[in-house]
Design a protein around this ligand. Structure first.
Ligand code: SF4
Length: 469
């Protein structure tokens, strides 16, 4: 056994290698495979044509989220493609004996929300799903990453995947976050510093005081967006916050199995002296509420700053100009005061209870701004229920907002919730690419607090000016 200090990433990766291919990828055993209606139908067709079975149905979990409407979920889905995909998921899950939380099921919700909240996601696991933001589950000290349709078929049939081992990066943020600064701001700040490609080829461990003090919801937001700087995934060492979050959840271990699991989970940390291929260190004091002004998540600035000049932004000047042109913005303009047409709070980035608490903290005793359309979309039915039980729904209703039903909603233009061309949306989701929220839609990524401030003022507003002590 080697005496070299190991990283958290190495510990989890190495314990899942079932075979090493000389000069090739490793074959990794997968503990959890989440599937949804968009990337699974073709994979199941592949299984059928090759007469293969699902190797471990009990390690596979299906939920409907990408194509689902967020109103009137009791009615038949109107879009024929969506309806077909949802039906295919239901039929395939039943045929292969896979747990399926479809539309109307009280456990239904976005795949990266329902996995953790039901205790399916656990520390030290390998987790995959045919969705890039599978990285979310890394918040529990798991190695979690998105896979393509052919890989979904590979995992269904073999419970393994071939993966080259990524390099290791550690990003530490020291100090204490200021008032009104959320996990979303932390991760948008990091991406703005590293750029949207700055962690390409790496798996990232987030470390330091800021992440240690963060809730599990916040850690999920951060790991969710780790891929937006090009990383294969992100992870955070499990600690008491993690264990407290998991304990008692439906599918979490209990009794003697809990004690055994806990003893193992406590070993899942990077050892003193372990070496990373790259390290970054930032100070919490440098982070303010963030907002993006361009068409990739690396184009973000502090909300009080002006849009950078092309020369200062780095990269290709023509790409930069094209991006600003799409957004209808110009160099050196202030972001504060820009008109907002739509506000979206939800998605696997910011669709958890803590996000709605933050949103409600600003809209309480205020009114929705004239002309703003707000889509308030819980990440799951369990979150929806919490919103009701905690009185958040009453606050939203009094302020003129409506709560929708769970789903991916405006995160991607694959269901009815599309931002119209040319309109400006402050969105708590994870991608601001051209057309991501609808053809021609203009997305500004931000935290739930920034979204709430925009929703009650109708313009980009520093949420710190609206926070009540
Ligand atoms: S909310 Fe967006 S990123 Fe998350 S699972 Fe749905 S489509 Fe993917």
């Amino acid at each position: 056994m080697s005496n070299t200090p190991a990283t958290l990433f190495d510990k989890v990766w190495d314990s899942h290698v079932v075979r090493k291919i000389a000069d090739g990828p490793d074959v990794l055993f997968i503990d959890r495979h989440f599937i949804h209606e968009v990337t699974s139908p073709v994979a199941f067709l592949g299984l059928e044509s090759r007469k293969l079975k699902v190797m471990f149905p009990e390690k596979t979990f299906a939920t409907a989220d990408h194509n689902t409407p967020t109103i009137n979920q009791h009615l038949p889905v109107q879009d024929p493609l969506s309806a077909n995909q949802l039906k295919a998921l239901e039929v395939n899950a039943a045929k292969y004996g896979i747990s399926h939380w479809g539309l109307g099921n009280p456990k239904n919700g976005i795949v990266h929300v329902v996995g953790p909240e039901n205790g399916i996601t656990l520390p030290g696991m390998t987790i995959v799903c045919g969705d890039s933001h599978t990285s979310t589950h890394g918040a529990f000290g798991a190695i979690a990453f998105g896979i393509g349709t052919s890989e979904v078929e590979m995992v269904l049939s073999s419970q393994c995947i071939m993966q080259p081992k990524p390099k290791k990066m550690r990003i530490s943020v020291d100090g204490v976050l200021g008032k009104g600064i959320t996990p979303k701001d932390v991760v948008l700040f990091i991406i703005s510093r590293l750029t949207a490609a700055g962690a390409t080829g790496y798996f990232v461990e987030f470390a330091g005081e800021v992440f240690g003090n963060m809730s599990m919801e916040g850690r999920m937001t951060v790991c969710n967006m780790s891929i937006e700087m090009g990383a294969r995934g992100g992870m955070i060492a499990p600690d008491e916050t993690t264990f407290n979050y998991i304990k008692g959840r439906e599918k979490a271990p209990a009794g003697a199995a809990w004690d055994k699991a806990l003893a193992y989970w406590k070993t899942l940390k990077t050892e003193e002296g372990a070496v990373f291929d790259k390290e970054y260190r930032f100070a919490a004091a440098d982070i303010e509420p963030m907002i993006t002004y361009g068409t990739n998540p690396g184009m973000g600035i502090g909300i009080t700053k002006n849009i950078p000049l092309a020369d200062a932004a780095g990269g290709s000047k023509s790409t930069y100009e094209k991006s600003l042109d799409y957004m209808g913005f110009h160099e050196n303009e202030a972001m504060l005061g820009k008109k907002v047409d739509y506000v979206f709070i939800g998605s696997c980035t910011n669709g958890r209870i803590e996000d709605f608490r933050a949103f409600a903290s600003i809209v309480k005793n205020r009114k929705k701004a004239e002309g703003v359309t707000a889509w308030i979309v819980p990440g799951s039915h369990i979150v929806e229920q919490q919103i009701k039980e905690e009185g958040i729904l009453d606050i939203l209703t009094a302020a003129g907002f409506q709560l929708r039903q769970p789903g991916c909603s405006a995160c991607l233009a694959m269901n009815d919730d599309k931002i119209p061309a040319g309109k400006y949306a402050v969105s708590t989701s994870n991608r601001n690419f051209e057309g991501r929220q609808g053809p021609g839609a203009r997305t500004m990524l931000a935290s739930p607090l920034v979204a709430a401030a925009a929703a009650v003022t109708g313009v980009v507003t520093d949420p710190r000016t609206l926070l009540v002590d």
